[in-house]
Ligand binder design. Structure first.
Ligand code: 4AD
Ligand code: MG
Length: 477
């Protein structure tokens, strides 16, 4: 007797005696057809029950959500839509599921409802497909870096430094709430948060990754990062995963090449290995879009959008050129878009980014050489003295997917910048050391993993591509 996954059974083309499969009941129709799913594929296996051979009491326990084990013969299916099915010989119930109380009924649920049942939502087709893709993308990311000579490094979660200098950190406190240390004024001394030091949850592993790039050459991190920004958008989480490669002796142009090649490679991987899930999500989206007026429908379906990114070059445009394009663009008559930017130096709003990728270029865009004053302290100052070697990669439907730069490798310039921004040298002495001992041109970027999963799955809300989203409203579970 062999136990097989549903995916394995569905790929069999021969008759098999006595196979066993275990999973959760999706539906049980006419006291005869069990649709069983075990998470190995979007598809269910049909298990055909000859009800006369089974006790009524047992059949009653085969309800949506119940965990069961089925033994029988794998045969060619009589019905449409599946190649094989199981003629059931025996059934064992592992766990009952009260059909009245079980939240995941065999019908369409709203994503809001499923978010409240995040512990059960992967029992649905949509969420199981999304999470299988999330897993596959993670694997493809590690594979890409491993194939290309990068080392995977683990950067700390608890840290004293603010890598982005944006002050968006969650404080870590180890203070005894009953007996907190007090300062001279008798107030709680938060400077002693973590065994005498002020510490936070990391916003980025970049600075530590830079230290390893300056010895191991090519490294990357892939881990959770935290931002204490109170933004309730469909693209922001308080806890998200970021992929951050960092490479010594690589300049900004090399950084753009790396980011583009990397993204194309991981997307090709899922096109090849996750076809069924992508096709399911594609169909789901097309059905959703049918409800929209023609003008709001997307011109390309999901799989074609992914293929388009894989097959076409990203457009590389400097910030200054982008401002020119935005200035020359006519405001939309319906006032939905008004892109006029008065001054060089302003940060781009998401409306501007959307105009550039969705209306103007209609492809992923790498924007580079931003004004120094709207970007982080560590970016390499250009010879013009006013722009830095920064790059953001913007994706249609998503906006900013990647933020990266060539790093300032010159000690004096970096120190000046830190003084100007009030960043104490004592906090980053180790970072400055890299510029003292064998400094070199180096670059890297950060890719927001959930935004990549959104693009790949076509999901519209970032809360629906991470198992347990953390947002200002949502930190249960
Ligand atoms: O642009 P960011 O802030 O860049 C950095 O953190 C650099 N230290 C990265 C580096 O150069 N190593 O963040 C990088 C990416 C963004 O482009 C976006 O995709 C994602 O991280 N991101 C978020 N994703 C979800 N929720 C949030 N609150 C995010 N903030 C940034
Ligand atoms: Mg950014």
């Amino acid at each position: 007797m062999t136990t097989k996954s549903v995916a394995e059974l569905l790929s069999e083309d021969v008759k098999l005696q006595d196979v066993t499969v275990k999973g959760w009941v999706r539906t049980f129709r006419a006291n005869r057809f069990i649709a069983l799913n075990d998470g190995s594929t979007i598809n269910n296996i049909q298990c055909v029950v000859d009800f006369e051979n089974f006790e009524e009491a047992l059949l009653k326990r085969i309800t949506t959500g119940a965990a069961i084990e089925v033994m029988g013969e794998l045969v060619e299916s009589q019905g449409k839509g599946q190649s094989v099915e199981i003629q059931v010989k025996s059934i064992e119930i592992h766990g009952d599921s009260d059909p009245e109380a079980y939240p995941i009924q065999p019908k369409k649920h709203t994503f809001e409802f499923l978010r409240e049942n995040a512990h059960l939502r992967t029992r649905t087709n949509t969420f199981s497909a999304v999470m299988r893709l999330r897993s596959s993308l993670s694997f493809a990311i590690h594979k890409y870096f491993n194939d290309n000579g990068f080392y995977y490094m683990h950067t700390p979660i608890i840290t004293g430094s603010d890598a982005e200098g944006a002050g968006e950190m969650f404080r870590v406190t180890g203070l005894d709430p009953k007996n907190p240390p007090l300062n001279e004024d008798g107030e709680i001394d938060y400077k002693q948060d973590f065994f005498g030091k002020e510490t936070n949850l990391t916003v980025s592993g970049q600075l530590e990754a830079e230290t390893y790039a300056m010895s191991l050459g090519k490294v990357y991190t892939f881990g959770p990062t935290f931002r204490a920004e109170n933004s309730n958008t469909s693209r922001h989480l308080a806890e998200f995963w970021m992929i951050e490669p960092e490479v010594a002796f690589m300049d900004l142009a090399g950084n753009m090449d790396l980011a583009e090649d990397f993204m194309k490679s991981v997307l090709s991987y899922v096109l090849k290995h996750n076809r069924e899930d992508l096709e399911f999500l594609d169909k789901r989206l097309q059905e959703e879009e049918k409800k929209l007026p023609q003008a709001q429908r997307s011109p390309m379906n999901l799989i074609d959008k992914i293929k388009f990114v894989v097959d076409n070059n990203f457009k590389r445009v400097s910030y200054t050129e982008a401002i020119e394009i935005l200035r020359n663009s006519k405001p939309n008559k319906k006032k939905k878009f008004n892109y006029i930017i008065e001054e060089w130096g302003a940060d781009l709003q998401s409306e501007h980014e959307r105009f550039l990728v969705e209306k103007h270029f209609k492809c992923p865009v790498i924007l580079f050489d931003y004004p120094a004053n709207i970007k982080a302290f560590y970016m390499r100052l250009n010879e013009d003295g006013k722009t830095v070697r920064a790059m953001d990669i913007l994706f249609p439907g998503i906006g900013e997917m990647v933020g990266g730069s060539q790093r300032e490798e010159r000690l004096d310039v970096l120190k000046e910048k830190m003084v100007a921004l009030d960043i104490p040298e004592e906090e980053l002495w180790w970072y400055l050391d890299l510029r003292k001992y064998g400094t070199a041109v180096h670059s890297g970027f950060g890719l927001g993993f959930e935004r990549l999963v959104m693009f790949t799955t076509g999901m519209g809300n970032i809360r629906d591509v991470i198992p347990y989203p953390r947002t200002p409203q949502n930190a249960e579970f």
